[in-house]
Design a protein around this ligand. Sequence first.
Ligand SMILES: [Zn+2]
Length: 95
Amino acid sequence: MADYRHPPLPCPACGYRLDAAVNVFGGRAPEDGDYSMCLACGALGIFTLSGKAIRAATKLEYERAWLDPEIVQAWQALQQAKALSRDWPTGPGPT
Ligand SMILES: [Zn+2]
């Protein structure tokens, strides 16, 4: 896994400003069509514009995501971490 910093991109669901991504499938920057998972709310998005924007995932993209054990595991880990935290970030994040 590798961390990639990118310009702040708002989560399409909650407005939290995402500024980093972790590619769980390999060492490369986000590309168009890659899933994004919001740290604040857990919503799924899709990278667009060569990784410079995130749009909301469609219903079909959500259905496909929930068939991927790694995405499900990442979402469950996020929910568990949120449940254990008293000050988990919420959207919209700092401007
Ligand atoms: Zn969000």
